[in-house]
Design a protein around this ligand. Structure first.
Ligand code: ASP
Length: 449
């Protein structure tokens, strides 16, 4: 049994939907189909999810809603008419889009999520109608019916483990099931979405719940490249990755798969494959628990910008019991998430994402570091990028850091920090954002050419 997930670009137009139908029809094991909202048809297009965000903003600000409603409804209408679907489906979609503007605004923390979820929900209805009309017995299943129960964290839901038993019951259906991705239901029955790109997470949850043999994630590229194609011309395609490698790459900016989408499939030990809707015969990139062959030590190089470092030093810091805790407590009290913490003998840096800080919070951190913890020096450095050199087999290879640092020094790139976790699945380098691209290019050359 296979779970297939189609991303927005695979569902953006009637011609794309035809490809999706062919893919599902060509393998009777493809029983569960998770769909995104319609994506961009070309570079200048708008994703339905983004149009729904604009519609939501207009609603809460009391602006004219008609242009927003019209645009979204027309987007579906075009597909309905090109696919020659019965008008009933468009009536349902139209009603659902218009009904959003009747929901209460006050004391409704899930309103935004409810607007956004309409993109996938209506698309699932449309896809199910299209499949049925083309000889594939299909049933649309709402996440509530599927049993996708999530935490009450608006726009950032997490699956509740109790969901999996109910999801397993989906195996009892005869038909192909089409399930909207991106959202679940809280215990109080509210619609709550995962973070953006979260349909990948739904696919993974369904795969784990029904104990699928394979989770196929269909997108618009042949698989995962060893580096970003916008930075490296024709980077090579990675045939196989482990979950941990994928997690590291996804964390550091490889957007093909949501980084949280791996956890459910990982727990359920379901192999995953990234495939191309526009080239379905290509084997794609497999994501597995363990490498099946002699993998190369470095599988990919990723980079991500908008990082900040809080740097501090204090003489004899290493002898002060509780120093680290006191620093982290300052961040915790300000509700700030941090990402990495490289240390020296007398200094410590905390790397976090730029979005975690505001000028007021920055001032407060510096004030508390100097006054409460009495550091000798504290500063906040902006405009940093992290570069991840990823590969599970790095553990058994000597000299990879030397190769990396030499590549960077040969290209005059200053490494601001370097860190490697004990699992040795990645080496993280921090560089100035202006040098991010050059750093990836020189590392790619050193490890892949
Ligand atoms: N439609 C949602 C988004 O654009 C979720 C998804 O496509 O995975 O973020």
């Amino acid at each position: 049994m296979k779970v297939v997930k189609f991303g927005g670009s695979s569902l953006a137009s009637a011609s794309q939907l035809q490809k999706v139908l062919n893919i599902v029809k060509s393998d009777k094991n493809r029983k569960f189909v998770v769909v995104s909202a319609p994506g961009k048809r070309d570079n200048n297009d708008t994703k339905v999810t983004d149009a729904l965000i604009q519609y939501y903003r207009a609603y809460i600000e009391g602006e004219d809603l008609i242009p927003h409603q019209d645009w979204i409804i027309k987007r579906y209408q075009q597909m309905v008419s090109e696919l020659q679907l019965k008008p009933l489906i468009l009536d349902k979609i139209t009603k659902s889009i218009l009904d959003l503007a009747t929901l209460p605004i006050e004391e409704n923390p899930f309103l935004y999520d409810t607007f956004l979820a309409a993109g996938e929900d209506n698309n699932a209805k449309l896809v199910a109608a299209f499949f049925n009309q083309n000889g594939l017995k299909t049933r649309y299943i709402h996440p509530k019916e599927a049993g996708i129960l999530v935490s009450s964290e608006p726009s950032n839901a997490r699956i509740l483990p109790s969901s999996y038993d109910k999801i397993e019951e989906l195996k009892n259906y005869e038909e192909v099931l089409v399930i909207p991705g991106f959202f679940g239901i809280t215990q109080k029955g509210q619609i709550c979405t995962f973070s953006r790109g979260g349909s990948d997470i739904t696919g993974s949850i369904i795969a784990a719940g029904v104990k699928a043999d394979l989770y196929e994630n269909f997108t618009d590229v042949d698989g995962i490249f060893a580096a970003h194609p916008g930075i490296i011309q024709k980077p090579h395609l990675i045939p196989e990755l482990t979950y941990r490698e994928m997690r590291e790459l996804a964390y550091a900016g490889f957007g093909v798969l949501h980084d949280e989408a791996l956890i459910p499939a990982y727990r359920g030990k379901i192999p995953l494959v990234i495939k191309n809707t526009n080239n379905p015969d290509h084997p794609g990139t497999k994501i597995v628990l363990k490498h099946s062959h002699k993998a190369i030590p470095v599988v990919g190089i990723a980079g991500d910008s908008n990082f900040v470092s809080i740097n501090m030093s204090k003489y004899l810091m290493n002898r002060e019991v509780g120093f680290g805790r006191k620093v982290l407590q300052i961040l915790e009290e300000l509700n700030i998430r941090w990402e990495h913490m490289p240390t020296g003998i007398d200094d410590l840096s905390i790397i976090l994402r730029e979005r975690e800080l505001t000028p007021i919070k920055e001032e407060e951190i510096l004030r508390q570091l100097t006054q409460k913890i009495e550091v000798d020096h504290a500063e906040i450095e902006h405009n940093l990028s992290i570069i991840m050199i990823v590969g599970e087999k790095m553990k058994s290879h000597i000299g990879l850091t030397a190769t990396a640092t030499k590549a960077l020094s040969d290209n005059n790139i200053n490494i601001q920090m370097i860190s490697q976790g004990s699992s040795e699945v990645s080496i993280m380098l921090v560089v100035n954002s202006e040098q991010e691209k050059a750093a990836i290019q020189s590392l790619y050359k050193a490890f892949f050419n």
